[in-house]
Design a protein. Structure first.
Length: 434
């Protein structure tokens, strides 16, 4: 006999995608007062800000058809990436390793000779012949010392807040494009590839910001014979009795899907073994504070997003939403999202001042013409792929799997992934249950 519906904990993209695939007899429990998780858009003084950059990269044919044909039908822009890097006082194109043209000659020479040494020369032979031990090894093996020193080491250490030697080799995956020697030389001579990297082109809504995607998907989910509850934070999960407890009720379940952060999911478990709790405590993440700036357009470099590897800038990246879609800012204005990574709490007032000073120093704003500056912190933003990550993650996932629990989403699976990956993992979880 069925003891209850499938309960889906978390109403972000993964949870909603899972509910849609289940099609009936589900209950979605979302802790916040609106669906979408981090896929949301706020409108402030005429400026629309997503909760950091959310660009859609769709590869799966079925998911592409759903996004373009249903959830965002008639509301899509197809955008060719315009991403840049600011270092050594100049703007160059992204990815760095494909676009050395414009950098000082000494920097270009170091990057070229370092790449040849690493991939072909005797200097890199020892590293090519042994297993990679950390992210620093990955960078030195596949990109070389020059590219590592000039961009990859300082940028990733700023983003992940730890030295690259503390990150495992799995940290990069498909998100780190690796050039050939032809790519590197062509980019140094000003003959770059326009398709390098997974995000060379992307989709974005014409209207409503990225939360338009959530509205389209959630409307479909709400029309199904299931239930969606907001402001329904899960306080405990009793695996033995197959019950989920919220402040308002104790709910029985037949099947359970968790899309909340994996460490938080483990803390919800009543009477979890000590080994599982200890493993969950080893799962680390980086917090990100985004300073949102709206200003009158004073010119400067035009980009969708820009990377800042140098230590003199405390932020690691700046997005410009209004460059992707001018509808996100009032006429004659420009918007920026300045991203700071940190391992603990952040002082918003300090980061706002640092953001404004940094934008002004590279000619992007005139301080007297700023209309809006505010900050928000995303506590769990990037999973930290340290040397404890794989074993700790496997321990928690194995315990959940032994009790028939599925996980989905970037944080439920405790990985680095895209919006489409979240949608696909929710669909996959539902199909496993079916």
């Amino acid at each position: 006999m069925r003891r209850g519906p499938t309960i889906v904990v978390g109403g972000g993209l993964a949870g909603l995608s899972c509910a849609r695939e289940l099609a009936a007899d589900f209950t979605v429990l979302e802790a916040e007062d609106r669906l979408g998780g981090l896929c949301r858009t706020d409108l402030v003084d005429g400026f629309s800000f997503d909760w950091t950059g959310h660009w859609l990269h769709a590869r799966d044919p079925e998911m592409k058809a759903l996004i373009a044909g249903r959830w965002l039908a008639g509301n899509l822009l197809e955008v060719q990436r315009r991403a840049v890097i600011y270092s050594e006082g100049v703007w160059t194109r992204f990815p760095y390793q494909f676009n050395l043209h414009g950098l000082p000659a000494q920097t270009v020479a170091e990057c070229l000779t370092g790449f040849v040494d690493a991939t072909l020369g005797p200097k890199g032979a020892a590293l090519r012949e042994r297993p990679l031990e950390n992210a620093a090894d990955f960078i030195l093996r596949h990109l070389g010392e020059g590219l590592g020193r000039r961009f990859m080491f300082p940028y990733n250490e700023k983003l992940f807040t730890v030295p690259c030697t503390e990150l495992s080799p799995e940290w990069g995956g498909r998100f780190i494009p690796r050039p050939s020697l032809d790519d590197l030389v062509g980019g140094a001579l000003g003959l770059p590839r326009d398709d390098a990297g997974y995000n060379a082109s992307f989709w974005y809504p014409r209207e409503g910001g990225i939360e338009s995607l959530v509205r389209g998907l959630s409307a479909e989910v709400r029309a199904l014979p299931g239930e969606v509850r907001t402001s329904a934070r899960v306080l405990g999960i009793d695996l033995a009795r197959r019950r989920v407890r919220t402040a308002a009720a104790e709910l029985p379940y037949q099947s359970l899907v968790l899309t909340v952060p994996l460490d938080a999911a483990a803390r919800m478990l009543i009477d979890a073994p000590a080994a599982v709790r200890e493993a969950a405590a080893k799962l680390r993440a980086v917090s990100v504070t985004v300073v949102e700036v709206g200003a009158e357009d004073s010119g400067g470099e035009r980009f969708h997003w820009a990377y800042y590897p140098e230590p003199r800038f405390p932020f690691y990246r700046v997005g410009s939403p209004s460059e992707v879609n001018p509808a996100l800012a009032p006429p004659g204005c420009r918007s920026f999202a300045v991203e700071f990574a940190h391992p603990g709490p952040a002082a918003h007032a300090v980061l706002i001042q640092q953001a404004l000073a940094g934008l002004a120093s590279c000619g992007l704003i005139d301080g007297a013409r700023v209309r809006l500056a505010r900050a928000r912190t995303i506590k769990v933003a990037y999973v930290l792929f340290d040397h404890q990550h794989a074993a700790a993650r496997a321990t928690v996932l194995a315990h959940l799997s032994a009790h028939g629990i599925e996980v989905a989403g970037r944080y439920g699976r405790w990985e680095y992934s895209s919006m489409e990956d979240a949608l696909l993992s929710g669909r996959e979880a539902a199909r496993k249950l079916s």
